[in-house]
Design a protein around this ligand. Structure first.
Ligand code: ATP
Ligand code: MG
Length: 418
């Protein structure tokens, strides 16, 4: 029969890799809780309008990457390309501002973008993200970055550099926009098709274009930092002071504008020096106007998201504690198997990892399976052991064995495993 293949750019995370995912997600959850964040579980589908209004009509995501379809009633639905828009929608819809003076929320889950699949770029990929609502002070920007820094440290991730910039606010951005238009005015014909369009509608986007020549031109373009108003400058200086206080290393990247329209002031990326072209492992920034733009009360906010696949590729899983393969119960004959099943149930009830091969087989073949599963101990029950009310406990590492009465098994196994 013809086989059905998975979709291009959509991966399976198999055992062997999924242990690293579990480890990383656990560390992330622990650190988020340390910093006072709660988990929010957001839907995978939203009305398309949520994304076009927040991410921006002239961004790569909205122009060409969204998975959008007509629902049966004709409404336009999109598979979420990112998490912030949904978190903001939920924050407004459930009036979270009333429940807590400031909200610190994190989310974990798949995102969907129809990009060209390549290393570090998938059509379904996972993000770990967090958002803080209600604090405009630059110190929280530093706290957020310090949290990310701590997460990378705790995962022993090397070669990641934090780059920061400020892209100003609605007060100072118009002047910058004009300066950019002035700079690109006589270079329009050199820009890619998308950027030619963006020159009028959204010239800041040109700075984030991935096309080689646009990128080269952008390097010589005016810099946002030279156009900041005094409030934005104070905020940016405050952020740097607090990063020093928190001991978080960073570098300035004046060209960093990010690919979504909602950002204001602080923008940042954690860049993996070994990651090649797709080098941002985490990215984010402040978005002080988005809550209001999506119909909520004026609320300052900041957030980030981490690309899980890129984080996993930087993570050295040899440093990770391997989950134990536990106990393998080898039973010979039907009656012994029934007894083995009852023992297995008892072990599970006590939280002791244990498996058995329910199809039985010779002792030799069962021992081979135990070996393959890397079991620490094997419990062997044959007809003779069953009749005498004992099992053989074999230590697979030391190759020693002993006999144990049924009644002592659980107690003894707890001992050898702790
Ligand atoms: P890039 O510049 O790499 O396209 P972006 O600006 O589109 O990134 P964000 O939308 O800010 O990225 O997403 C945050 C993080 O999610 C990125 O830094 C990256 O680690 C990860 N990411 C984004 N798109 C993909 C993808 N298609 N596949 C895998 N990871 C991705
Ligand atoms: Mg992108």
């Amino acid at each position: 029969m013809k086989q059905v293949q998975g979709i291009k750019g959509v991966r399976d995370v198999l055992p062997g890799e999924s242990e690293a995912w579990r480890h990383i997600l656990q560390k992330a959850r622990d650190i988020f809780h340390t910093f006072g964040y709660s988990e929010i579980i957001i839907p995978v589908i939203e009305f398309t309008e949520l994304f076009t209004r927040s991410i921006g009509e002239t961004t790569d995501i909205v122009e060409k990457e969204m998975y959008t379809f007509d629902d049966r009633d004709g409404k336009k639905i999109t598979l979420r390309p990112e998490g912030t828009a949904s978190v903001v929608r939920a924050y407004i819809e459930h009036n979270l501002r009333e429940t807590s003076p400031f909200s610190k929320l994190y989310y974990i889950g798949p995102m969907f973008r129809r990009e060209r699949p390549q290393a570090g770029r998938y059509r379904q990929f996972y993000q770990i993200g967090a958002e803080v609502f209600g604090i405009g002070h630059s110190m929280i920007d530093a706290e957020v970055l310090s949290m990310l820094n701590l997460l990378f440290d705790s995962l022993n991730i090397k070669g990641v550099e934090l780059q920061i910039n400020s892209i100003g606010c609605p007060q100072c951005r118009p002047a910058f926009r004009e300066a950019l238009k002035g700079f690109f005015a006589d270079k329009i014909s050199e820009l890619c098709e998308n950027c030619q369009r963006r020159f009028e509608s959204n010239p800041l986007r040109i700075l984030d274009c991935k096309a080689t020549h646009c990128h080269e031109l952008a390097e010589k373009a005016p810099k946002t930092l030279d156009y900041l108003c005094s409030e934005c400058l104070t905020h940016f200086k405050g952020l740097q002071d607090s990063l020093k206080t928190a001991g978080v290393p960073y570098v300035l990247n004046e060209g960093l504008v990010r690919g979504l329209d909602y950002y204001t002031r602080t923008t940042f990326e954690f860049v993996g020096t070994s990651l090649g072209a797709q080098n941002a492992v985490a990215a984010g920034g402040r978005y002080d106007n988005l809550v209001e733009e999506l119909g909520g009360p004026a609320t300052p906010a900041i957030g980030f998201s981490i690309g899980m696949e890129r984080l996993v590729s930087l993570f050295d899983d040899s440093s990770m504690e391997r989950p134990s393969a536990g106990i393998f119960i080898a039973a010979l004959g039907e009656a012994a198997q029934e007894k083995a099943f009852s023992l297995l149930t008892q072990l599970h009830q006590q939280g002791i990892p244990a498996v058995m091969d329910h199809s039985g087989g010779s002792l030799k073949s069962q021992m081979r399976k135990a070996d393959k599963l890397n079991a620490e101990h094997v419990l062997i029950i044959g007809e003779d052991e069953l009749a005498r009310g004992v099992v053989i406990l074999r230590d697979m590492k030391n190759k020693t064995q002993e006999e144990l009465p049924f009644s002592e098994i659980a107690q003894r196994l707890k001992g050898v495993r702790s």
